[in-house]
Write a protein that binds this ligand. Structure first.
Ligand code: BDP
Length: 713
């Protein structure tokens, strides 16, 4: 008998249904009764005429949220008639909103307010905006306050984003493979579209709208021209229809040689009138099918992609030709600055800057140039890209990578919010102190007429969307920072934890601790002290510091670490490749000076002897060993912390995270051991005492092969 009672008791404390992560941060689980008691009086009545598909979506979300969180839905009414009403809408959609002074004038498009007001004498919580999407965002904000158990009785919020385009870039192929995707196949079921529209597309749109993401590029930057054929345009149209109420506009990638491949022309030369006409007709065709189509994202003359330089033209010639084509329809061209030539480079880190700075002022006004956060390629850590601040006349968009191509794929727990915050807060000193990367990108410094932040998406068909529970936090943090690049990554992480797992401080504090140190840990065990580009060739899974040879020097690791008997690191100082001089003089002076440079970038800019004395007092070799080891130790601690949280997390998600942390620990050790074994062949030094030698021989690590690692296409 007692055993049965114990079983019943155990079942009672388990959540009603197992959680697999599908609901993301929009779980709307019932709040504890005390909290419900606090919020219920503020949600007694709902006055929200739903006069558009967006307002219908907003109302549905609000009712879904309140039903879940408070286990009750407010009565809907035409007018506020009792205390605790929720009054929601725009001045156009809701007459009672129009009567109030809510401070809507100063909002940017899609901005919103949450205010407490007396309406016809009744205390009322007002969610209002100038446009319907703003209302939807306001609803999500309100639900977030409830989910994270923040007070609403005195709420007074005014939110406006300075970033106009907050976009996901999917690197999804038409065959549903995803370049650098670690969460299963592409969400877009092209084969069944447009006739079958997976309900999941709506949940994708809800998740994005909850963060303020308002644009999505459906296809890979390594583009397939077929995406621009009528068959595929109609498939994209079906997605656009689902996303439209949620304020999300669809973009596609454009293959520069499309006029040849699908247009039957002999050339794709941007100055050829036939080619220009082809793009103009293509734009007209696209906009006929998708009237609110956002525009085109282009990767040209990079990593073998076709581009204007194939015809002796510049990036500006190429971008402007497409910009002219979409201009009559209000379209935008987003041209990527991730370029490096196929000829033997001087220093790959310098190429984008050298290529683009001379083109400043030469782009049409509907072009944005999209720049990766760093000059190499989404490495675990990079100094900010020197282009930020260097193109005052060209709106520069930030490109972050949410998918963790160089950060342990889906299984490593790495919260990227801290890293993105670090980049956004760097001071470019262009043209003066205080010109942070965030202020360049949000247009403050150079008065850009257009602003954008893009993130390479990490979602796929996995039930948990992102490949792991904690990778959802990176989608979340990306969206929140794109809305407001000044937010603190710590606050964002806490918000996410509370909504995704639990508000219990016994859970939140330790889990937040794990997230906040996770990025530093991966940098430690993969690429400490500014090392970079040391992963396995092609698939980028696991360590490969020995990678050499092959078609291009800058696709090897030895090119980047330059280890030899004397030392290690890439000399980018004035005496070396002089990449430092691409930064403002104040920044260059710091990076150039081995005494002043932050140690996290030491070997990015300096080649130093193995016995160079680091700030800790340890010599460089010992410091490397110390940091590699510290990274592994941190992951081990994270595993222990997570184990201790088992009673506070539903079992399915807890088990998945625990298993992944084990994988991460093994792989962190693999990175450490392989890197030490390899670099020791140059340093010829013993490990400092107390540090375990690598478990296997260098030959063993070199012999490992991963032809089927995910994400490699
Ligand atoms: C690199 C990826 C490659 C992408 C490229 C890009 O390895 O798959 O195509 O970036 O951004 O990091 O275009």
């Amino acid at each position: 008998m007692s055993a049965i009672w114990a079983l019943c008791a155990a079942l009672l404390v388990q959540p009603a249904s197992a959680e697999d992560g599908y609901d993301l941060w929009l779980r709307y689980q019932p709040l504890p009764p005390a909290q419900r008691g606090i919020y219920a009086p503020s949600a007694a009545q709902l006055v929200m005429p739903a006069t558009s598909p967006t307002l219908v979506a907003a109302k549905e979300e609000l009712l879904r949220g309140l039903n879940g969180l408070l286990s009750q839905a407010p009565a809907t009414s035409e007018r506020v008639s009792k205390a605790g009403a929720l009054l929601v809408g725009t001045p156009q959609s809701n007459p009672q909103v129009a009567q109030l002074d809510l401070g809507l004038k100063g909002l940017t498009p899609q901005g919103y307010v949450l205010r407490q007001r007396r309406v016809d004498g009744h205390p009322t919580l007002v969610i209002a905006a100038n446009d319907d999407v703003g209302v939807l965002y306001g609803v999500f904000h309100f639900l977030r306050l409830l989910q994270t158990q923040q007070p609403v009785d005195k709420v007074d919020v005014s939110e406006s984003s300075r970033i106009q385009l907050r976009m996901l870039n999917h690197w999804d192929n038409l065959d549903r493979t995803v370049e650098r995707g670690y969460s299963g196949a592409s969400l877009w079921d092209w084969h069944k579209l447009p006739d079958y529209v997976d309900p999941r597309y709506t949940d994708y749109a809800r998740a994005n709208a909850s963060l303020g993401i308002n644009a999505t590029v459906l296809t890979n930057v390594n583009a397939n021209a077929m995406a621009l054929t009528p068959t595929y345009l109609h498939k994209a149209e079906a997605l656009a229809k689902v996303f439209r109420p949620y304020g999300i506009r669809v973009y596609l990638t454009a293959r520069f040689s499309a006029p040849v491949e699908i247009g039957g022309l002999k050339t794709a030369d941007p100055l050829d009138p036939q080619v220009q006409k082809w793009w103009q007709a293509k734009a007209a065709e696209i906009y006929k099918i998708i009237p609110d189509f956002g525009g085109l994202l282009v990767k040209a003359n990079s990593e073998g992609q076709p581009g204007p330089q194939d015809y002796g033209r510049t990036h500006a010639d190429g971008a402007n030709m497409m910009a002219d084509a979409v201009k009559p329809f209000g379209g935008t061209v987003i041209w990527r600055a991730f370029v490096y030539s196929n000829e033997q480079p001087d220093d790959r880190a310098k190429q984008a800057y050298d290529e683009f700075v001379p083109l400043d002022g030469k782009f049409r006004d509907n072009v944005l140039v999209q720049v990766k956060n760093g000059a190499i390629d989404f490495q675990p850590r990079e100094p900010f890209h020197p282009l930020f601040g260097a193109m005052p006349k060209t709106p520069l968009a930030m490109e972050f990578q949410i998918t963790k191509e160089y950060l342990g794929f889906a299984t490593h727990l790495v919260y990227l919010g801290t890293f993105w915050e670090e980049v956004l807060r760097e001071d470019t000193y262009r043209p003066r102190k205080g010109s942070t990367v965030a202020k360049i990108v949000d247009g403050t410094v150079h008065n850009y007429a257009r602003t954008a932040i893009a993130g390479v998406a990490n979602v796929g068909v996995d039930r948990n969307w992102s490949g792991s529970q904690f990778d959802q936090a990176n989608w979340y943090a990306f969206g929140r920072l794109a809305w407001n690049p000044m937010l603190s990554s710590k606050d964002i992480a806490e918000e996410w934890l509370r909504m995704t797992f639990s508000n219990d401080p016994k859970f939140v504090e330790p889990a937040l601790g794990m997230m906040m140190k996770s990025h530093e840990a991966v940098v430690d065990y993969m690429t400490p002290l500014g090392l970079h580009h040391l992963m396995g060739r092609g698939h980028h899974y696991g360590p490969g510091p020995w990678v050499e040879g092959g078609p291009r020097a800058d696709w090897t690791s030895v090119y980047f670490h330059r280890a030899d008997a004397n030392g290690i690191g890439f000399d980018r100082t004035r005496k070396g490749s002089d990449a430092v001089s691409q930064y403002a003089p104040q920044v260059a002076a710091v990076f150039n000076d081995v005494k002043r440079i932050p140690e996290k970038f030491l070997l990015w800019f300096h080649h130093l002897p193995w016995d160079y004395r680091t700030k800790s007092g340890r010599i460089l070799w010992d410091e490397l060993v110390y940091r590699y080891t510290r990274g592994v130790d941190t992951v081990r601690e994270m595993g222990k912390t997570w184990q201790s949280l088992a009673p506070l997390v539903d079992s399915q998600r807890h088990a998945e995270v625990a298993a992944f942390l084990k994988i991460q620990e093994q792989e962190a050790k693999w990175w450490r051991d392989a890197s030490i074994a390899y670099f020791q062949t140059f340093s010829k030094r013993p490990l400092p005492s107390g540090f375990a030698p690598p478990e296997h021989s260098l030959d063993y690590y070199k012999s490992l092969e991963f032809p089927y690692a995910p994400g490699h296409h």
